[in-house]
Design a protein around this ligand. Structure first.
Ligand code: PXL
Length: 268
């Protein structure tokens, strides 16, 4: 039977991130994609202002109806949750709505470039460090990996430093690790650790970085992995997709990337 995915992240009404990228991408790959919106925002938090409606109070209501309807999911993809209460909700979803052999992919989404996103604090980081024990695969960027492990974030480093971060993450979770945004020898990519095996998927470093690319990476990665690709192949395809999005995005489009153009080009 076809796989059904539940993605748990916010709905930013404007801004090409979280649910507005996960839904189209996972659907375009042919997966039935169900959502648990964690919050509704007018737009993402990189704009100068935004509204925020936390949906924690609605979770019980949604879950009791899902239970009555007998829903189960083959995979969970977690992105921006916003509040620790949503981590409890995610754990309940794993416990109550898992099909046999289900996959849990967690992208922690709370920081980048050495800094927490607005609205997050160390208590949230601590709760996320606990939640990731439930994952089969985690997709932190290097900043998030450092916050989760308590290792100092650096902008200049070598493979030994990356491997120290990977080892510390393995102390928090038995999940396979895909750490994004790792820069080595002028290239950028992912450091991957599964069991004792570490590998790297490195590509060209483009001179721009834009919002929402982590969410796009997570969606393409999850779709490719569910479709049967290895961790390395899925990471490679997701990186290439993100690079194509960055190349296609005009400079003045400051708040996200034009992933729609790349997704629709794949269909031609
Ligand atoms: O792309 C990550 C993300 C998702 N959702 C919201 C955000 C961010 C990053 O800042 O603000 C609301």
């Amino acid at each position: 039977m076809d796989k059904k995915i539940l993605t748990i992240q916010d709905l930013s009404c404007v801004g090409q991130c979280s649910l507005t990228v996960a839904l189209p991408i996972l659907s375009a790959y042919g997966f039935e994609t169900c959502v648990l919106p964690t919050a509704v925002l007018s737009n993402h938090t990189m704009f100068k202002q935004w509204s925020y409606l936390d949906l924690t109070p609605e979770v019980d209501n949604i879950y009791s109806n899902w239970k009555a309807n007998g829903f189960e999911f083959d995979a969970f993809l977690l992105g921006y949750l916003g509040k620790a209460t949503l981590m409890d909700a995610a754990e309940r979803a794993f416990d109550e709505f898992s099909a046999d052999g289900r996959l849990i992919v967690i992208d922690p989404v709370f920081a980048d470039n050495g800094k927490l996103y607005g609205g997050f604090d160390m208590e949230y980081v601590k709760c996320m460090a606990h939640l990731i024990r439930r994952a089969d695969i985690i997709l932190p960027n290097l900043t998030e990996a450092c916050f989760l492990t308590g290792i100092e974030y650096k902008t200049e480093y070598d493979e030994k430093y990356v491997e120290k971060v990977l080892a510390a993450l393995s102390g928090l979770t038995g999940a396979a690790l895909v750490v994004t945004g790792v820069e080595l020898e002028g290239k950028i990519g992912e450091a991957i650790k599964q069991g004792d095996k570490t590998s790297y998927v490195m590509g060209e470093k483009l001179p721009v970085s834009k919002h929402g690319t982590g969410d796009i990476f997570a969606s393409v990665f999850t779709a490719e992995y569910l479709g049967g690709k290895s961790l390395g192949e899925a990471a490679d395809r997701a990186s290439v997709f993100v690079q194509d999005c960055l190349r296609a995005t005009p400079d003045e489009h400051f708040y996200g990337v034009v992933f729609e153009k790349i997704l629709s080009a794949q269909r031609r």
